[in-house]
Design a protein around this ligand. Structure first.
Ligand code: MG
Length: 340
């Protein structure tokens, strides 16, 4: 039977904000892709540092909608996403929203979860980290208590009160810690000194210790660091992998940086060839984009997918964390149901 492909991208035309407690919010755009009455869901999340806005995403998606309407067969994933990627450079979150919707649609048409399509073992998922922001010691203590069901804490440092923050945590728990410096250590000698100080404190790895473009110093640190170092801001897409392969032990893949599940899968495959570890991360996202990322989690080493735990107005039910472990369901596609 002939397939007729009628994609329809729907989105909130006015900024829709995810609320993070009282202080922060991140705009997102939701997409839907329809074929033969089946709907695939997608999401773009736009943290300010990627440079995408509501306007840029909607502008891009209007072009994507025209292009998608020329396709008959949603299973031509590679060809469709290549054309989407060629619409314009950058726009990685907008591209990811199309990629996620397409994977959700195809999974539903096949009646298979995406983790199965990617040959993942549902039981072989990592534990997610639970994020603690940079805060005063009293607030950090409260956050550690709130995260009691999670086995790994993600601690953000910025070069200011780093030792106080770590000591505060270590006075109350000996749980494993993953550290994200977000480019916050400006000097390689200071970075090495901090890493050595952290090396006997049950730290699993350090993410992005130095500014993203400073790869010479990253390579220097990589040769000396007693702890695993992960690139986050230093790597966006597959094409960046060769550039950073001798500067880090691993990479943080996020769908919003790399244009979605299709390219993320290619990056995981390439990381294995390069002997790089893989962390699957997320932005501030609803369970839509995070459940999409989680479909690939059986293939990676670590997960930082607690995005939905940090927002108040989640629009989807999706993957769960049971005692901190990423727990996939049997639903087809990316495993989400829109909340009514
Ligand atoms: Mg990071």
């Amino acid at each position: 039977m002939e397939l007729t492909f009628k994609p329809e991208l729907l989105y909130f035309k006015r900024p829709f904000k995810i609320a993070h407690g009282v202080r922060l919010s991140t705009p997102i755009v939701l997409t839907q892709l329809e074929h033969q009455g089946v709907l695939g869901f997608g999401e773009a999340s736009m943290p300010p540092y990627l440079g995408e806005t509501h306007e840029s995403v909607l502008f891009f998606l209007n072009k994507a909608a025209v292009l998608l309407s020329t396709h008959q067969d949603p299973f031509c994933i590679e060809a469709i996403l290549k054309e989407i990627d060629d619409i314009a450079p950058d726009n990685t979150a907008a591209k990811a929203s199309v990629d996620i919707a397409l994977h959700d649609l195809v999974g539903k048409l096949l009646n298979k979860p995406c983790w199965q399509i990617f040959n993942g073992d549902k039981n072989n998922t990592p534990y997610t980290t639970y994020t603690l922001g940079i805060d005063e010691p009293e607030v950090i203590k409260e956050k550690v208590a709130e995260g009691e069901n999670y086995k790994i804490l993600k601690v953000k440092l910025n070069g200011e009160n780093d030792k106080t923050i770590i000591s505060t945590i270590r006075n109350i728990t000996d749980k494993a810690i993953a550290i994200d410096v977000n480019q916050g250590w400006k000097d390689k000698y200071h970075a090495l000194e901090m890493i050595e100080w952290l090396s006997d404190k049950n730290v699993m790895f350090i993410e992005q210790p130095l500014p993203k473009s400073n790869l010479d110093d990253a390579a220097w640190l990589f040769e000396r660091s007693p702890l695993l170092l992960f690139a986050d801001e230093s790597i966006q897409r597959y094409s960046d992998m060769d550039m950073i392969k001798d500067c880090f032990h691993g990479i943080n893949i996020k769908l919003m940086k790399c244009t979605g599940m299709h390219e993320a899968f290619k990056m995981i495959t390439r990381a294995r060839e390069l002997n790089l570890k893989v962390l699957m991360g997320c932005m501030s996202e609803t369970s839509c984009a995070v459940s999409a990322a989680a479909q690939l989690s059986p293939l990676v080493d670590y997960a930082d997918l607690d995005g939905p735990l940090l927002i108040k107005n989640n629009l989807f039910d999706g993957i769960e964390f049971i005692n901190g472990k990423v727990t996939l369901n049997e639903l087809p596609g990316i495993g989400v149901v829109a909340k009514s």
